[in-house]
Design a binder for this molecule. Sequence first.
Ligand code: ADP
Length: 433
Amino acid sequence: MNQNWHGTLIRHVLLLITACLVIGLISGYYGWSLAAGLGIYLAWTLKQLLRMHEWLRQHKPDEPPPDGYGLWGEVFDSIYHLQRRDQRVRGRLQAVIDRVQESTAALRDAVIMLDSDGNLEWWNRAAETLLGLKTPQDSGQPVTNLVRHPRFKEYFELENYIEPLEIPSPINDRIRVQLLLTRYGNNEHLMLVRDVTRIHQLEQMRKDFIANVSHELRTPLTVICGYLETLLDNVEGVNPRWVRALQQMQQQGGRMQTLLNDLLLLAKLEATDYPSDNQPVAVSSLLQSIKNDAQELSGQRNQEITLEVEGSASLKGSEPELRSAFSNLVFNAVKYTQADGKIQVRWWSDERGAHLSVTDSGPGIESKHIPRLTERFYRVDSSRASNTGGTGLGLAIVKHVLLRHRGTLDINSVVGKGSTFTCHFAPSQVINP
Ligand code: ADP
């Protein structure tokens, strides 16, 4: 096979020319016999070329090439072997693709591939049961047309896929699905969908349990606090030895009531995704009233509380919820800042949305605590919290209210210098007059 075709070809041509010259010598027509010899050779070559063309055009897999002589036979065989090799490689690749498709089809989680415009390209069987996608009708459809939940549309368009999204399944409200999007390749999307109904139910049970316990404890506590108050109102009829004990009981009872109220508020905030009363809230007047309350809370401590409002942006949302979040931040600043300290409240808006910052000159918070501050009952220093009468739920409430108002909380603090708590609200949540 590995002959030197270069030499063979030259030999063949020389042989042909010699044969033509011999014929020319015999016949006396050198020119004509040479031309005739070369013409015949050219015609034979063209015929082989045409045979090859015909074979390639009508080529069926596994059909052997036509028989060829000399170099042409070699060319036919080489092409045939190349094709066979190509077929084998393609077969192996197809087997890999089939295996990947089979294994993803067997997954209980849905896997969906979307193109760069968010149109469906490929999905596995679980996507049909979890999201109700139909093969092949839905191929090429925009995913937002098939998963129509408003939070999904928002999540998909915001392109911030760090956190997964949990929504009810489009085909069955009782199934809860968790969606996670990732970008790959040429801005294509890979969407993973998991059935989290059981986890959701357990989470719901936990929330319901806390809400029910808080609710059940409220009535007896109100009765106990009511009697304590009556007893202390008639302090002259009470044995003086008991007065201090009663006062402490009333103080702790009050703390428990605030704790229960905070727990109930948190349960209420967790029950729905967005506030039901989505009204324009005039933040500047809300802050003014919170500032007045803060001044009262500060009492004799001579703290300087300032309020700066730039522009007149309002927020869409629930006024009681926003009041609760903002006052938690401002009251924390008052509670944790020493006498004569400074507390500055700022409200402003720009192209990135609206912002509220509460800066104090208090003790500051070590950076290791900052990521955990919004956890329930997390306290930097428990002795400090019991002095201030805090419940440890204030910042958890702030976080939940902000989540429901498309906001985020940013905490900056330097120990010994003070802290700044900043709430950022997305432009879609801001109303500029
Ligand atoms: P609490 O009811 O105890 O104030 P929060 O959830 O409001 O609970 O705050 C959690 C913890 O964060 C507090 O216990 C306190 O240690 C710390 N903290 C909150 N705000 C400030 C602040 N402005 N300065 C210093 N520490 C703060």
